[in-house]
Design a binder for this molecule. Structure first.
Ligand SMILES: [Zn+2]
Length: 412
């Protein structure tokens, strides 16, 4: 019998509800089905007897409070997960359970055998010898990102309720929409949430702990050409497609996602629409280091300026928009929030794996709102697609870590 009796049953029931967010929507949440699930969670939190369960108006987050059971003044710890799933089929998710995995067999997903989890392809499988794995049936994603986080937070709270001898400060719970489309945390209400420190439980495999993310900007380049008949083009035609190619070629050729890792930043072109008359290029610019990030944006603009100078007309326009910043900047000022997480992992026998995320987390935005929010592992592997899976034992470890964090804060 598991220490956390409802962890897996909750998780399995959560993943069956379609909560795919909608990148083309401007509503909050982006999809009605997210509201439906958030309301389900709200009811669940109410049934658990939590205090102040409510939907925050501006963000659509569901917030709840587990009151402190100690007289000591200890920090209020927030626990946050997102409920939406990535841009992949999430209709009729049918999780499959593989008990006591041997660490080497190929796991069939669909009945026809078209999709499999093969340790030769997905090397991570070898780590899970003896574990119970939860996989998809090949048709959908699983949604362990991030319903494992939701189930783990709920299991940790239920455990604390059932074991009142464990002393803890006030704990705030926040479940929100639209992380996968990058907008959910934009509206996060730190005042209503009311935590002193927080964690997103939204990381990958066992031990993941992240307090650094990219600095991020989006850049759009629009180019105006002059289109004339090719027969009479000499000295007259200005081909906007060619200018777009020239612009792209002027960027450092090795600073691309497919050629960088670790702390190396990049320029990533992900859309190129062109005609002779008009061409547009869309990029994301990423760097962990704030100064290098600013330098990348200057370089980007500088290329356009120089091309415009050579053309004698302003044919190339650049618009840059910052998206989020590296939360390491905030957290380094008060690293206790990370140190406690690291210590908690060690205390429950998990080796912390600290590394800078090559992306953002909800915590990148929330940290800059004044609430330091690093990211903890939730257990998922191969996220965002049909090969997603999670280990029950890793999920249990995630709950152990959450409980240990809360305990450590109460002892501080
Ligand atoms: Zn996630």
């Amino acid at each position: 019998m598991s220490k956390y009796p409802e962890l897996i049953t909750n998780f399995l029931s959560f993943v069956k509800v379609n909560t795919r967010s909608d990148p083309n929507s401007t509503t909050i949440p982006s999809a009605e089905r997210e509201t439906h699930f958030l309301n389900m969670l709200k009811e669940k939190l109410e049934k658990m007897g939590l205090a102040d369960v409510h939907t925050n108006e501006q963000s659509a987050y569901v917030f709840a409070t587990l009151p402190a059971n100690t007289e000591q003044a200890v920090p209020t710890v927030g626990l946050i997960s997102h409920i939406d799933t990535a841009d992949f089929n999430a209709e009729n998710v049918t999780p499959k359970i593989v008990k006591n995995y041997d660490g080497q067999s190929v796991i069939p997903l669909d009945k026809a055998g078209k999709y499999t989890l093969d340790p030769a392809v997905f090397k991570s499988l070898k780590k899970y010898k003896g574990d119970t794995l939860i996989t998809t049936d090949g048709a959908t994603l699983l949604g362990a990102d991030d319903k494992s986080g939701v189930a783990e937070i709920i299991a940790a709270i239920a455990y604390l309720q059932a074991n009142p001898t464990i002393k803890h400060g006030t704990i705030k719970i926040g479940f929100g929409p639209d992380e996968e489309i990058g907008t959910g945390a934009d509206h996060f209400d730190v005042n209503d949430f009311g935590a002193d420190v927080a964690y997103t439980v939204d990381g990958g495999p066992l031990g993941d702990l992240n307090y650094e993310t990219f600095n991020a900007a989006e850049a759009k380049v629009t180019i105006q050409g002059t289109d004339v008949h090719p027969a009479e083009a000499k000295g007259v035609m200005v081909n906007a497609i060619q200018l777009g190619i020239d612009f792209h070629e002027a960027l450092p050729e090795f600073d691309r996602p497919e050629r960088t890792a670790g702390r190396q930043g990049f320029f990533h072109i992900y859309d190129f629409q062109g005609s002779v008359d008009h061409t547009s290029l869309t990029y994301i610019i990423r760097d962990h280091d704030r100064e290098r990030f600013e330098a990348r944006k200057r370089l980007f603009k500088g290329i356009a300026d120089q091309m415009n100078a050579e053309l004698g007309t302003e044919r190339i326009k650049v618009t840059l928009k910052d998206q989020y910043y590296n939360m390491g900047e905030i957290i380094q000022k008060d690293p206790a929030v990370v140190e406690v997480a690291e210590q908690a992992m060690k205390n429950v026998g998990v080796q912390p794996h600290i590394f800078p995320v090559r992306g953002g987390t909800d915590g990148s935005k929330i940290s800059f709102m004044g609430l330091p929010t690093p990211n903890l592992f939730a257990g998922g592997e191969n996220m965002h697609g049909r090969f997603e899976y999670v280990s029950e034992q890793t999920m249990e470890k995630a709950v152990d870590v959450i409980i240990e964090i809360v305990k450590l804060f109460a002892e501080k």
